[in-house]
Design a protein around this ligand. Structure first.
Ligand SMILES: *Cc1c(COP(=O)(O)O)cnc(C)c1O
Length: 354
Protein backbone atom coordinates (compact mmCIF):
# COMPACT_ATOMS: atom_id res chain seq x y z
CA UNK A 1 0.00 0.00 0.00
CA UNK A 2 2.61 2.51 1.04
CA UNK A 3 5.53 3.84 -0.98
CA UNK A 4 7.55 4.26 2.12
CA UNK A 5 10.70 2.23 2.29
CA UNK A 6 11.45 2.21 6.00
CA UNK A 7 11.20 -1.57 6.21
CA UNK A 8 14.35 -2.00 4.15
CA UNK A 9 16.23 -0.22 6.96
CA UNK A 10 14.93 -2.36 9.80
CA UNK A 11 17.43 -4.40 11.80
CA UNK A 12 15.80 -7.74 11.22
CA UNK A 13 16.54 -10.76 13.34
CA UNK A 14 15.07 -14.14 14.19
CA UNK A 15 14.70 -13.86 17.98
CA UNK A 16 15.73 -16.35 20.67
CA UNK A 17 12.84 -18.45 21.96
CA UNK A 18 12.93 -18.83 25.74
CA UNK A 19 11.58 -21.94 27.46
CA UNK A 20 7.88 -21.99 28.19
CA UNK A 21 6.72 -20.45 31.48
CA UNK A 22 3.50 -22.36 32.19
CA UNK A 23 1.18 -21.00 34.86
CA UNK A 24 -0.95 -23.05 37.25
CA UNK A 25 -0.35 -24.64 40.60
CA UNK A 26 0.01 -28.34 39.88
CA UNK A 27 2.68 -27.92 37.21
CA UNK A 28 6.08 -29.60 37.55
CA UNK A 29 8.48 -27.25 35.84
CA UNK A 30 11.72 -28.92 34.74
CA UNK A 31 12.25 -27.01 31.49
CA UNK A 32 14.38 -23.91 32.13
CA UNK A 33 16.97 -25.05 34.68
CA UNK A 34 15.66 -22.87 37.47
CA UNK A 35 16.65 -23.77 41.02
CA UNK A 36 13.88 -25.62 42.91
CA UNK A 37 14.91 -24.02 46.22
CA UNK A 38 14.24 -20.44 47.33
CA UNK A 39 17.03 -17.82 47.50
CA UNK A 40 19.12 -17.41 50.67
CA UNK A 41 17.08 -16.30 53.75
CA UNK A 42 18.87 -12.92 53.86
CA UNK A 43 17.25 -12.07 50.51
CA UNK A 44 13.80 -12.35 52.15
CA UNK A 45 14.98 -10.05 54.93
CA UNK A 46 16.30 -7.50 52.41
CA UNK A 47 12.86 -7.37 50.79
CA UNK A 48 11.14 -6.96 54.18
CA UNK A 49 13.49 -4.15 55.21
CA UNK A 50 13.44 -2.35 51.86
CA UNK A 51 12.74 1.36 52.01
CA UNK A 52 10.32 2.08 49.18
CA UNK A 53 11.21 5.79 49.28
CA UNK A 54 14.62 4.86 47.90
CA UNK A 55 12.95 4.15 44.55
CA UNK A 56 12.85 7.90 43.89
CA UNK A 57 16.53 7.84 43.27
CA UNK A 58 18.45 6.31 40.42
CA UNK A 59 20.33 3.16 41.39
CA UNK A 60 24.11 3.10 41.77
CA UNK A 61 25.27 2.80 38.13
CA UNK A 62 28.32 0.82 39.28
CA UNK A 63 26.29 -1.66 41.39
CA UNK A 64 29.06 -1.34 43.99
CA UNK A 65 27.44 -3.33 46.84
CA UNK A 66 26.94 -6.26 44.53
CA UNK A 67 30.33 -6.00 42.83
CA UNK A 68 32.02 -5.80 46.24
CA UNK A 69 30.15 -8.87 47.52
CA UNK A 70 31.24 -10.87 44.46
CA UNK A 71 34.81 -9.55 44.82
CA UNK A 72 34.89 -10.68 48.43
CA UNK A 73 33.47 -14.10 47.62
CA UNK A 74 36.08 -14.78 44.95
CA UNK A 75 38.84 -12.79 46.59
CA UNK A 76 39.54 -10.68 43.50
CA UNK A 77 39.59 -6.94 42.92
CA UNK A 78 36.21 -5.26 42.18
CA UNK A 79 37.87 -3.76 39.11
CA UNK A 80 37.87 -7.24 37.57
CA UNK A 81 34.09 -7.70 37.80
CA UNK A 82 31.31 -6.55 35.47
CA UNK A 83 27.68 -7.07 36.51
CA UNK A 84 24.60 -7.09 34.31
CA UNK A 85 20.91 -7.87 34.18
CA UNK A 86 21.30 -11.65 33.93
CA UNK A 87 24.22 -13.24 32.18
CA UNK A 88 22.24 -12.82 28.96
CA UNK A 89 22.79 -9.07 29.35
CA UNK A 90 26.45 -9.62 30.29
CA UNK A 91 27.13 -11.89 27.30
CA UNK A 92 25.27 -9.59 24.95
CA UNK A 93 27.44 -6.65 26.15
CA UNK A 94 30.54 -8.82 25.80
CA UNK A 95 29.62 -9.69 22.18
CA UNK A 96 29.09 -6.00 21.44
CA UNK A 97 32.39 -5.06 23.09
CA UNK A 98 34.82 -7.77 22.00
CA UNK A 99 33.46 -9.40 18.87
CA UNK A 100 34.17 -6.54 16.53
CA UNK A 101 36.28 -8.22 13.86
CA UNK A 102 35.68 -9.33 10.25
CA UNK A 103 36.84 -12.79 11.22
CA UNK A 104 34.20 -15.22 12.46
CA UNK A 105 33.46 -15.80 16.10
CA UNK A 106 33.45 -19.52 16.83
CA UNK A 107 31.31 -21.71 19.08
CA UNK A 108 30.08 -25.33 19.06
CA UNK A 109 27.20 -26.46 16.82
CA UNK A 110 25.36 -27.78 19.86
CA UNK A 111 25.39 -25.04 22.47
CA UNK A 112 23.40 -22.25 24.12
CA UNK A 113 21.01 -21.16 21.39
CA UNK A 114 21.35 -17.46 22.19
CA UNK A 115 24.91 -17.13 20.81
CA UNK A 116 23.93 -17.20 17.13
CA UNK A 117 21.07 -14.78 17.84
CA UNK A 118 23.42 -12.18 19.39
CA UNK A 119 25.83 -12.68 16.50
CA UNK A 120 22.95 -12.07 14.06
CA UNK A 121 21.54 -9.01 15.80
CA UNK A 122 25.00 -7.38 16.04
CA UNK A 123 25.93 -8.51 12.50
CA UNK A 124 28.93 -10.47 13.77
CA UNK A 125 30.15 -13.23 11.43
CA UNK A 126 30.30 -16.65 13.10
CA UNK A 127 31.16 -20.25 12.41
CA UNK A 128 30.08 -23.31 14.36
CA UNK A 129 32.36 -26.25 15.13
CA UNK A 130 30.81 -29.70 15.44
CA UNK A 131 31.07 -31.44 18.78
CA UNK A 132 32.53 -34.96 18.79
CA UNK A 133 30.21 -37.99 18.84
CA UNK A 134 30.21 -37.98 22.67
CA UNK A 135 29.36 -34.23 22.73
CA UNK A 136 32.85 -33.19 23.85
CA UNK A 137 34.73 -30.26 22.28
CA UNK A 138 37.78 -30.89 20.09
CA UNK A 139 40.23 -28.14 21.16
CA UNK A 140 41.97 -28.30 17.76
CA UNK A 141 38.80 -26.81 16.20
CA UNK A 142 39.44 -23.65 18.22
CA UNK A 143 42.95 -23.02 16.94
CA UNK A 144 42.05 -21.39 13.63
CA UNK A 145 41.89 -17.70 12.79
CA UNK A 146 38.86 -16.22 14.54
CA UNK A 147 37.26 -13.05 15.85
CA UNK A 148 36.54 -14.54 19.26
CA UNK A 149 35.44 -17.73 20.98
CA UNK A 150 32.57 -18.58 23.31
CA UNK A 151 31.20 -21.78 24.80
CA UNK A 152 29.57 -22.78 28.06
CA UNK A 153 31.35 -25.03 30.53
CA UNK A 154 29.58 -27.31 31.35
CA UNK A 155 28.07 -27.05 27.87
CA UNK A 156 24.34 -26.51 27.42
CA UNK A 157 22.19 -28.44 26.73
CA UNK A 158 24.55 -31.42 26.95
CA UNK A 159 25.81 -30.94 30.54
CA UNK A 160 29.28 -32.06 29.47
CA UNK A 161 32.12 -30.54 31.51
CA UNK A 162 35.50 -29.79 29.91
CA UNK A 163 38.71 -29.64 31.93
CA UNK A 164 40.43 -26.39 32.91
CA UNK A 165 43.61 -27.73 31.23
CA UNK A 166 41.81 -28.12 27.91
CA UNK A 167 40.32 -24.64 28.15
CA UNK A 168 43.69 -23.15 29.09
CA UNK A 169 45.11 -24.75 25.95
CA UNK A 170 42.45 -22.92 23.87
CA UNK A 171 42.93 -19.59 25.68
CA UNK A 172 46.71 -19.81 25.23
CA UNK A 173 46.38 -20.53 21.50
CA UNK A 174 44.16 -17.47 20.98
CA UNK A 175 46.04 -14.52 22.41
CA UNK A 176 44.70 -12.34 19.55
CA UNK A 177 41.04 -12.80 20.44
CA UNK A 178 38.82 -12.81 23.50
CA UNK A 179 37.76 -16.23 24.79
CA UNK A 180 34.54 -16.27 26.84
CA UNK A 181 33.66 -19.18 29.06
CA UNK A 182 29.99 -19.16 30.04
CA UNK A 183 29.96 -20.83 33.46
CA UNK A 184 26.18 -20.72 34.04
CA UNK A 185 26.32 -24.24 35.54
CA UNK A 186 29.83 -24.41 37.02
CA UNK A 187 28.63 -24.49 40.66
CA UNK A 188 27.08 -27.94 40.23
CA UNK A 189 30.34 -29.84 40.43
CA UNK A 190 32.65 -28.31 37.81
CA UNK A 191 36.02 -26.63 38.22
CA UNK A 192 35.92 -22.93 37.31
CA UNK A 193 38.39 -21.31 34.91
CA UNK A 194 38.45 -18.23 37.15
CA UNK A 195 42.06 -18.75 38.35
CA UNK A 196 43.18 -18.45 34.70
CA UNK A 197 42.23 -14.75 34.57
CA UNK A 198 45.44 -14.03 36.52
CA UNK A 199 47.47 -15.52 33.69
CA UNK A 200 45.57 -14.57 30.53
CA UNK A 201 44.34 -11.09 29.66
CA UNK A 202 42.04 -12.41 26.90
CA UNK A 203 39.84 -14.63 29.08
CA UNK A 204 36.38 -13.62 30.27
CA UNK A 205 34.59 -15.93 32.74
CA UNK A 206 30.82 -15.40 32.94
CA UNK A 207 28.51 -16.59 35.72
CA UNK A 208 24.89 -16.07 36.78
CA UNK A 209 22.63 -15.95 39.84
CA UNK A 210 19.84 -17.64 37.86
CA UNK A 211 20.77 -21.26 38.44
CA UNK A 212 22.91 -21.99 41.50
CA UNK A 213 21.69 -18.94 43.45
CA UNK A 214 17.95 -19.39 42.86
CA UNK A 215 17.41 -15.89 41.49
CA UNK A 216 16.45 -16.25 37.82
CA UNK A 217 13.60 -13.80 38.36
CA UNK A 218 15.89 -11.05 39.70
CA UNK A 219 18.17 -11.08 36.64
CA UNK A 220 21.79 -10.96 37.84
CA UNK A 221 24.85 -12.07 35.91
CA UNK A 222 28.52 -11.16 36.05
CA UNK A 223 31.76 -11.43 34.15
CA UNK A 224 35.25 -11.66 35.58
CA UNK A 225 38.47 -10.97 33.76
CA UNK A 226 41.48 -8.75 33.37
CA UNK A 227 40.87 -5.16 34.50
CA UNK A 228 41.29 -3.92 30.97
CA UNK A 229 38.59 -6.23 29.59
CA UNK A 230 36.21 -5.08 32.31
CA UNK A 231 36.95 -1.44 31.58
CA UNK A 232 36.14 -1.92 27.88
CA UNK A 233 32.86 -3.62 28.77
CA UNK A 234 31.90 -0.81 31.11
CA UNK A 235 32.67 1.75 28.41
CA UNK A 236 30.19 0.05 26.09
CA UNK A 237 27.59 -0.49 28.82
CA UNK A 238 27.73 3.18 29.84
CA UNK A 239 27.28 4.08 26.17
CA UNK A 240 24.05 2.09 25.90
CA UNK A 241 22.31 2.37 29.30
CA UNK A 242 24.06 3.24 32.56
CA UNK A 243 21.28 2.30 34.98
CA UNK A 244 20.63 -1.28 33.96
CA UNK A 245 20.43 -2.98 37.35
CA UNK A 246 17.86 -1.69 39.81
CA UNK A 247 18.65 -0.82 43.42
CA UNK A 248 16.68 -3.64 45.07
CA UNK A 249 18.32 -6.27 42.86
CA UNK A 250 21.78 -4.97 43.80
CA UNK A 251 20.96 -5.35 47.52
CA UNK A 252 19.40 -8.82 47.16
CA UNK A 253 22.27 -10.06 45.00
CA UNK A 254 24.87 -8.91 47.54
CA UNK A 255 23.03 -10.72 50.36
CA UNK A 256 22.73 -13.93 48.34
CA UNK A 257 26.46 -13.86 47.65
CA UNK A 258 27.33 -13.56 51.33
CA UNK A 259 25.50 -16.70 52.48
CA UNK A 260 28.05 -19.36 51.55
CA UNK A 261 26.57 -22.07 53.79
CA UNK A 262 23.11 -21.88 52.22
CA UNK A 263 24.64 -21.83 48.73
CA UNK A 264 26.69 -24.96 49.48
CA UNK A 265 23.74 -26.74 51.05
CA UNK A 266 21.33 -26.14 48.15
CA UNK A 267 23.85 -26.88 45.39
CA UNK A 268 24.93 -30.08 47.20
CA UNK A 269 21.31 -31.13 47.46
CA UNK A 270 20.79 -30.60 43.71
CA UNK A 271 23.95 -32.58 42.93
CA UNK A 272 22.72 -35.47 45.12
CA UNK A 273 19.30 -35.43 43.42
CA UNK A 274 21.00 -35.34 40.00
CA UNK A 275 23.11 -38.40 40.75
CA UNK A 276 20.10 -40.30 42.09
CA UNK A 277 18.13 -39.24 38.98
CA UNK A 278 20.83 -40.64 36.69
CA UNK A 279 20.44 -44.07 38.31
CA UNK A 280 16.66 -43.99 38.02
CA UNK A 281 16.71 -42.79 34.39
CA UNK A 282 19.16 -45.57 33.56
CA UNK A 283 16.73 -48.12 35.01
CA UNK A 284 13.96 -46.64 32.87
CA UNK A 285 15.97 -47.21 29.67
CA UNK A 286 17.45 -43.75 29.15
CA UNK A 287 20.99 -42.99 28.09
CA UNK A 288 22.56 -39.64 28.95
CA UNK A 289 25.82 -37.75 29.28
CA UNK A 290 27.54 -37.58 32.67
CA UNK A 291 26.06 -34.14 33.37
CA UNK A 292 27.83 -31.82 35.81
CA UNK A 293 25.02 -29.26 35.67
CA UNK A 294 21.54 -28.97 37.15
CA UNK A 295 19.93 -30.85 34.27
CA UNK A 296 20.24 -34.20 32.51
CA UNK A 297 20.40 -34.50 28.73
CA UNK A 298 18.80 -37.83 27.96
CA UNK A 299 17.41 -39.93 25.16
CA UNK A 300 15.40 -43.14 25.38
CA UNK A 301 16.26 -46.42 23.74
CA UNK A 302 12.72 -47.10 22.47
CA UNK A 303 10.50 -44.02 22.72
CA UNK A 304 11.21 -40.82 20.81
CA UNK A 305 11.98 -37.63 22.69
CA UNK A 306 9.04 -35.83 21.09
CA UNK A 307 6.59 -38.53 22.20
CA UNK A 308 7.88 -38.49 25.77
CA UNK A 309 7.87 -34.69 25.79
CA UNK A 310 4.23 -34.53 24.70
CA UNK A 311 3.07 -37.21 27.10
CA UNK A 312 4.81 -35.52 30.00
CA UNK A 313 3.19 -32.24 29.00
CA UNK A 314 -0.27 -33.89 29.09
CA UNK A 315 0.56 -34.75 32.70
CA UNK A 316 1.63 -31.14 33.32
CA UNK A 317 5.29 -32.05 33.60
CA UNK A 318 7.39 -29.67 31.52
CA UNK A 319 10.85 -30.58 30.22
CA UNK A 320 12.78 -29.05 27.29
CA UNK A 321 12.77 -30.50 23.79
CA UNK A 322 14.25 -29.07 20.58
CA UNK A 323 13.07 -30.31 17.21
CA UNK A 324 16.50 -29.77 15.68
CA UNK A 325 19.25 -31.82 14.00
CA UNK A 326 21.66 -33.78 16.25
CA UNK A 327 19.73 -33.17 19.49
CA UNK A 328 16.22 -33.91 18.15
CA UNK A 329 15.94 -37.17 20.06
CA UNK A 330 17.05 -35.78 23.42
CA UNK A 331 15.22 -34.23 26.34
CA UNK A 332 16.76 -31.78 28.74
CA UNK A 333 15.39 -32.42 32.19
CA UNK A 334 16.12 -29.84 34.90
CA UNK A 335 16.79 -31.18 38.39
CA UNK A 336 13.87 -30.34 40.70
CA UNK A 337 13.24 -31.32 44.29
CA UNK A 338 13.37 -35.03 45.18
CA UNK A 339 9.58 -35.07 45.29
CA UNK A 340 9.25 -33.49 41.82
CA UNK A 341 11.75 -35.97 40.40
CA UNK A 342 9.86 -38.90 41.92
CA UNK A 343 6.68 -37.70 40.24
CA UNK A 344 8.57 -37.37 36.96
CA UNK A 345 9.91 -40.95 37.28
CA UNK A 346 6.43 -42.30 38.02
CA UNK A 347 5.12 -40.62 34.85
CA UNK A 348 8.09 -41.82 32.79
CA UNK A 349 7.59 -45.35 34.01
CA UNK A 350 4.04 -45.29 32.59
CA UNK A 351 5.09 -43.63 29.34
CA UNK A 352 8.03 -45.87 28.47
CA UNK A 353 6.08 -49.06 29.25
CA UNK A 354 3.00 -48.15 27.19
C1 LIG B 1 20.72 -19.90 31.76
C2 LIG B 1 21.89 -19.61 30.89
C3 LIG B 1 22.32 -18.31 30.66
C4 LIG B 1 21.51 -17.09 31.02
O1 LIG B 1 21.31 -16.91 32.30
P1 LIG B 1 20.68 -15.56 32.86
O2 LIG B 1 21.70 -15.14 33.86
O3 LIG B 1 19.39 -15.96 33.46
O4 LIG B 1 20.52 -14.56 31.76
C5 LIG B 1 23.48 -18.11 29.95
N1 LIG B 1 24.18 -19.13 29.44
C6 LIG B 1 23.76 -20.41 29.60
C7 LIG B 1 24.55 -21.49 28.99
C8 LIG B 1 22.60 -20.67 30.31
O5 LIG B 1 22.16 -21.91 30.42
Amino acid sequence: MSNNNWESFVRRVEPYVPGEQPTGTDVIKLNTNENPYPPAPAVRKTLDDFNCGRMRLYPDPDSSVLVNAIAEYYNISPSRIFVGVGSDDVISMAFLTFFCSDKPVIFPDVTYSFYDVWADVYRIPYQVKPLREDFTIDPEDYKCENGGIIFPNPNAPTGVLESVEMIEDIVKANSDSVVMIDEAYIDFGGESCLPLIDKYDNLLVIQTFSKSRSMAGMRIGFAMGNENLIKYMNDVKFSVNSYTMNHLTQLCGAEAMKDKAYFRETTDRIIATRERSKKRLGELGFTFTDSKSNFIFASHKKKTASEIFNKLKERKIFVRYWNKPIIGNHLRISIGTDDEMDRLFAALEEIVNE
